[in-house]
Write a protein that binds this ligand. Structure first.
Ligand code: NCD
Ligand code: ZN
Ligand code: ZN
Ligand code: ZN
Length: 356
């Protein structure tokens, strides 16, 4: 039986839910799923039932998360059309406590889209920080985000890039070398395509793209044009997904590493590249404690199995990768000097993770 070890994974893009959405997931269940999937840090997106936009909502989130988390938790500040008028104050008061600023520049869960040119200009101008501005964009809004980041020389992190034309556009801006532009890709856009009829459990933003786009994403991974793999873990209940208007989003924390190792086995990606995208680069981009996460490790055993839903720790209890064959099983996760996960069981106690 051959064991392999990898440094613990870092997820820059998780939706922990909780608050009024604790039927979908909580800080406890999200971080338990993270640990079981080999992650020691997840960064929570601000599109909660109450968006995280100021000192008060940030404080509420910390109070709620603190006692629950079993991995480390990073927080992003959000901004909505309603909170733009207070941007100076909010950014000044919260910048030191978050890992970046998230702007929804396209329609998605939560409905916090900022689409007025004046608002967007003000946000990019006012975020006078080296910490990245993370954007959810759609078609036209990607150009806008790239232009504004260039105009104000802000560090830009483009979430869930899913198409070839987006990669080409980003490449044009990168060649000017005016600012840092980082690109995230999700496991569902790498491993699923619009050919697979798994909807509504395959419905997410941005939607699954064509096989051609999917191949372009893999090519970009190989060529070094992708910086991170973000799970975009976005749980919704089965009932919601099977309803008449299914919400967008799929879970991903427990399946990403094993899918990547299967891809390695198939010769699509190297071990070094996996570590770069899920560990080294997110640590650099979000300025995390390298020593701490370098010491933590995931142990896997080589074993063929099919991804099953009944073993999942995520509260939603389903996965779009159901029945997919993988080649490795996570047997142990060592985090913060302790065994946090072993053979299907979470050993880490609630509240042992840190808000960082
Ligand atoms: C995310 C969610 O449900 O919060 N949904 C999704 O389809 N990706 C929001 C987002 O990341 O856009
Ligand atoms: Zn509330
Ligand atoms: Zn998004
Ligand atoms: Zn997301």
């Amino acid at each position: 039986m051959s064991l392999i070890k990898l440094p613990i994974l870092i997820d820059p893009h998780t939706h922990c839910r909780d608050f009024e959405q604790n039927n979908k997931e909580t800080f406890e269940t999200a971080t338990r799923a993270a640990l079981a999937g080999g992650y020691g840090y997840v960064a929570d997106m601000p599109n909660h039932s109450h968006p995280i936009v100021d000192k008060r909502t940030l404080g509420e989130l910390k109070d709620l998360a603190e006692k629950q988390i079993v991995t480390d938790l990073g927080i992003y500040l959000g901004v909505t059309p309603q909170s733009v008028s207070e941007a100076e104050k909010n950014f000044r008061e919260c910048e030191g406590e978050v890992r970046g600023l998230k702007i929804y520049m396209g329609e998605t869960t939560g409905g916090y889209i900022v689409d007025s040119d004046d608002d967007l200009d003000k946000i990019f101008r006012t975020w006078e920080s080296n910490k990245p501005i993370l954007v959810h964009t759609e078609d036209k809004s990607l150009v806008k985000a790239l232009e504004l980041a260039e105009k104000y020389k802000r560090n830009l992190y483009v979430c869930h890039v899913s198409r070839k034309d987006e990669l080409e556009l980003i490449d044009k801006f990168r060649q000017k070398r005016k600012n840092n532009i980082w690109v995230e890709v999700t496991p569902h856009h790498l491993f699923l395509s619009d050919k697979m009829s798994i909807s509504p459990f395959g419905q997410m933003k941005p939607p699954l793209s064509s096989d051609e786009d999917k191949e372009a994403l893999w090519m970009a991974v190989i060529k070094g044009e992708i910086d991170t793999i973000g799970t975009d873990h976005a749980p919704h209940t089965r009932e919601e997904k099977m309803g008449i208007k299914p919400p967008s989003g799929v879970p991903g924390l427990e399946t990403t590493l094993v899918l990547l190792l299967r891809a390695e086995k198939e010769g699509k990606i190297s071990r070094e590249k996996i570590i770069e995208l899920t560990h080294n680069n997110p640590i650099k981009i979000f300025n995390l404690n390298k020593e701490k996460y370098d010491r933590a490790e995931v142990v896997l055993v080589e074993e063929e199995f099919l991804i099953e839903e009944n073993n999942l720790k995520t509260k939603c209890g389903w996965t779009p990768f159901k029945e997919m064959r993988v080649s490795h099983k996570i047997v142990e996760v060592n985090f913060d000097g302790k065994i946090g996960y072993k053979d299907g069981e979470i050993l880490a106690v609630s509240g042992s993770g840190k808000i960082v």
